[in-house]
Design a protein around this ligand. Structure first.
Ligand code: PEP
Ligand code: MG
Length: 289
């Protein structure tokens, strides 16, 4: 199988019925992209921007812009989804996240934290809007629970765009989408006005099964195949179809070949996977149907 997977790396992912499936990759740290041929994928489905803090402090707008510009250059015109900072929970950042929360996974993380620090978020949105002038960059909001959070981010994005226009700085309006990783969002996806959804199965499984993703004692219960998890994924895919917006899945579930049939069965046609899993996922797609 490893040889078969390897031989599919540069090929498009097509099911046994001939249906084309988009395979995007997750970029946790853009450095890894240097070893990934862009022709192996259909773009970047998730950039986890927490790496920006690896030197301790958040880079300024110009440095951030250069990082995003490098992603656009690498992608050669393919879509690039960049997620706004998802600090908190399993991703604590000293000086940014709250460290005395009794339950960080249910506390100030992702967009909840960003909206408490709008100046940090706006800086990131300005840098992203500038990079959007170079190609199809899409902004994704993590940990969304209610539509008001999307609207608050949209207002900041509008402010950032107006500023850039007034300053005469080159930019473009990026699409705005959200992670579906909180069960409340999965159950009410129709209520959100967004350009796209991406299902975060890691957190969706955690919150649906009430099993902390960092607690090895409950990993058996934190099962992607739990019918409740699959139901929430299925509903999100159906809502996206009704709304006419794109939907992908960027959690670890998409990187596991065993889960590919269940996802394709529910109508998913876009997966974002770990770079090392691209061949194995393409092989699983080829064997489906
Ligand atoms: C997820 O929750 O599935 C996801 C992709 O985001 P992260 O693992 O970064 O929380
Ligand atoms: Mg998540």
């Amino acid at each position: 199988d490893d040889a078969a997977a390897e031989s599919l790396l540069g090929e498009p992912a097509v099911t046994a019925q001939g249906e084309r499936i988009e395979i995007l990759i997750n970029a946790d740290d853009p450095k890894v992209l240097a070893e990934v041929p862009v022709a192996n994928c259909d773009g970047i489905g998730l950039t986890r921007t927490e790496f920006l803090f690896s030197d301790g402090a958040l880079p300024d707008e110009q440095k951030q812009f250069e990082v995003y510009r490098d992603l656009m250059t690498w992608a050669e015109g393919r879509p690039v989804i960049v997620r706004t900072l998802d600090a908190g929970g399993d991703k604590p950042i000293p000086g940014v996240t709250v460290d005395d929360e009794s339950n960080p996974f249910l506390g100030l993380r992702g967009v909840r934290l960003s909206l408490l620090k709008p100046e940090v978020l706006k800086l990131q949105l300005r840098a992203l809007a500038r990079a959007a002038a170079l190609g199809p960059l899409k902004i994704m909001i993590p940990m969304v629970t209610v539509p008001e959070e999307v609207e608050a981010v949209r207002a900041l994005l509008e402010a950032a765009l107006s500023e850039l226009t007034a300053e005469g700085v080159a930019h473009a309006r990026p699409q705005l989408g959200m992670m579906v990783e909180v069960p409340a969002a999965a159950l009410t996806a129709d209520r959100f006005k967004v350009d796209f959804f991406s299902i975060g199965s890691n957190d969706l499984i955690q919150y649906t099964t009430a099993c902390a993703r960092d607690n090895a004692a409950v990993t058996r219960l934190a099962d992607a195949r739990n019918p409740a998890v699959l139901e929430l994924i299925g509903r999100t895919i159906e809502a996206a179809a009704r709304m006419g917006v794109e939907v992908s899945l960027c959690g670890d579930m998409a990187s596991d070949p065993h889960h590919i049939p269940a996802l394709l069965e529910r109508g998913l046609r876009r997966l974002s996977v770990a770079p090392a899993q691209v061949g194995r996922v393409k092989l699983a797609v080829r064997r489906y149907g």
